[in-house]
Design a protein around this ligand. Structure first.
Ligand code: FUB
Length: 325
């Protein structure tokens, strides 16, 4: 595969989470549509109401659309906005984790279950106890432990919380204070709840200091993803309003992580979001941009391109479409 490839040209899909299940690639994206809601900093224009699942036998082959696998009308606690989801497999069951605003307009993280990776998924009656904010990414550490990474600023509501408690109003730290951290939490054995209080996932600079809130080109904003390469943990994320996908490495799922560099420079569209996966001996970056919709940031299209490491394990930076206009 030489050139980046748009995977679902007939529809708008974004925020890919991607896993290899039973030898195939399964993609769990958000499903964008033209809801007519005006764009604002709160992300109200991302008014998604269902999920599809896609699968591929080969990276260059056909993409199978498994149709609607979960709809807000079937989720008992639903308010609005199904944002970035992820799927995990354990003991014969697939768990779809999704952020959704409840009836009081607060983002919570829900779980829906299926016995097949392509769903359909049956939602649980309530969101995960103690969950908040957006963008869950669930990582299987291979030793029986599964960890959820989550959080997102601005419309993702992370700034409303300190020490996992809701504040009266959301406040971003000052530029010279440590940046707000993404969260990491181990899941219970049944995959349905948090096994502990979520912890801060700290990203350190080259001097061992936490990245500062004013370090806008490097600090976390949203879109957590975790993968391993040569025994190291790679935590990657979006810098949001500076539109980069960056990464940091560490030796444990809880961190700490040390900032390493940029994976993807800005794409056309405001958001950037990704998944990194190894498939048949090669590494891929699934992501999205708004090129096909003519730059409409709420109508994003799913893409894949190859991802490479150098001999030291550093990821080679990929140029996003914003630099190619
Ligand atoms: O799709 C809605 C939000 O946009 C996601 O949750 C964020 O990561 C950003 O891509």
């Amino acid at each position: 595969m030489k050139e980046p490839r748009y995977l679902v040209p007939e529809d708008y899909m974004a925020d890919p989470a991607v896993h290899v299940f039973n030898g195939k690639l399964y993609i769990y994206p958000s499903h964008d549509w033209e809801s007519g809601i005006p764009e604002n900093d709160n992300g109200d224009h991302f008014n998604m109401k269902d999920y599809h699942v896609f699968s591929m036998d080969d990276i260059d082959g056909p993409v199978t659309d498994h149709g609607v696998v979960l709809d807000t009308k079937d989720i008992p606690w639903a308010g609005r906005q199904l944002w970035d989801s992820d799927c995990a497999y354990k003991d014969g069951t697939y768990y779809l984790y999704f952020p959704l605003k409840d009836k009081t307009d607060i983002f919570r993280i829900g779980v829906a279950v299926s016995h097949r990776p392509e769903g359909p998924f049956i939602p649980r009656e309530f969101p995960i106890r103690g969950s908040y904010s957006i963008d869950p990414a669930v990582f299987d550490d291979g030793d029986g432990n599964f960890y959820m990474y989550f959080g997102g600023l601005w419309g993702g509501q992370l700034q409303r919380y300190r020490n996992n408690k809701a504040q009266e109003c959301g406040v971003l730290p000052a530029d010279d204070e440590p940046a707000l951290c993404p969260k990491v939490v181990r899941l219970t054995g049944d995959m349905l709840e948090f096994a502990e209080e979520p912890r801060d996932l700290v990203v350190l600079d080259e001097n061992g200091h936490p990245l500062l809130a004013g370090d806008n080109q490097r600090r976390f904003f949203e879109a957590s993803w975790m993968h391993t390469y040569n025994g190291k943990y790679y935590f990657s994320y979006s810098t949001g309003d500076t539109h980069r996908i960056c990464y940091a490495t560490g030796d444990h799922p809880y961190g700490p992580f040390t900032y390493q560099g940029v994976i993807l420079t800005p794409v056309v569209g405001w958001t950037t979001h990704h998944a990194i996966v190894e498939f048949k001996g090669k590494w891929y970056l699934f992501h999205h941009d708004s090129v096909p919709s003519g730059g409409k940031t709420w109508l994003r299209s799913l893409k894949v391109c190859e991802l490479e490491y150098d001999e030291a394990g550093h990821i080679r930076t990929i140029e996003g479409t914003a630099g190619k206009e």
